[in-house]
Design a binder for this molecule. Structure first.
Ligand SMILES: [Zn+2]
Ligand SMILES: [Zn+2]
Length: 227
């Protein structure tokens, strides 16, 4: 594939479509336009190119789906993104809540050889600093995991993954960091208020209340506590 500017745009589209496919709703061009902050005509033109390159197909209901080739390229991009994050965090010492935006730039400039060497240098990490499995969505990587908003009072949970969709807000990630909501940390669910769509969790760093909307993007597993 050519390394011109357009391939960066295509890669951004691939990522958005790939991330969206995780959810249950079908992806339409209008959603893509708002997510990419583009006009419908730009989205239309880009999707046209992607169809020509056999990266996406659009079904009868006008849902946008990745082809096998598109999915492969999106996965490759996810690996480059996550590896970049690990490098920035583990080697350069940039805090985990800041690496996402820098990785966003780096990921487009990595050749297959660089990816291979970097993976080796980092000793083949399995997860990015946010807990996202390196090869993309490893739903099976977290057995018995569930999203925090499904948790009940009294449970002790371990944070497994902060969803990629929260990474765009550095402010939010920093807040989570300050509240010790980082992959690997353990919290007790102390309150759940369905009326306000929020729950409170407590760790040795104190208590924090999260709206279901955010808690829903944090994967946890239940751990057994002695008490
Ligand atoms: Zn990221
Ligand atoms: Zn990440």
């Amino acid at each position: 594939m050519s390394e011109d500017k357009n391939s960066v745009v295509i890669e951004e589209y691939l990522r958005e479509i790939y991330l969206f496919q995780k959810g249950e709703d079908p992806l339409k061009a209008v959603h893509l336009a708002s997510r990419m902050h583009s006009s419908p005509s730009t989205v239309h033109a880009t999707l046209g190119r992607m169809q020509r390159d056999n990266l996406v197909f659009i079904d009868k209901k006008k849902n946008i789906l990745l082809t096998e080739e598109g999915e492969e390229q999106a996965k490759d991009l996810a690996i480059r993104h996550n590896l970049s994050e690990n490098f920035l965090c583990d080697i350069l010492g940039i805090p985990w809540y800041e690496v996402h935006k820098h990785a966003h730039q780096l990921e487009h400039a990595m050749t297959p050889l660089v990816v291979e060497k970097l993976a080796k240098f980092l000793e083949h990490p399995e997860f990015c600093p946010h807990g996202v499995p390196l090869a993309g969505f490893g739903e099976d990587s977290f057995q018995n995991s569930f999203s925090l908003d499904e948790g009940q009072v009294g449970m002790s949970v371990k944070i497994m993954m902060i969803d990629e969709s929260l990474e765009d807000s550095e402010e939010l990630l920093k807040h989570l960091h300050e509240k010790f909501i980082v992959p690997g940390s353990v919290h007790a669910i102390t309150e759940r208020v369905d009326a306000t769509h929020s729950l409170s969790i407590e760790s040795r760093q104190g208590q924090v209340t999260l709206p279901f909307e955010i808690a829903g993007k944090i994967q946890v597993t239940r751990i057994c506590s002695d008490s």
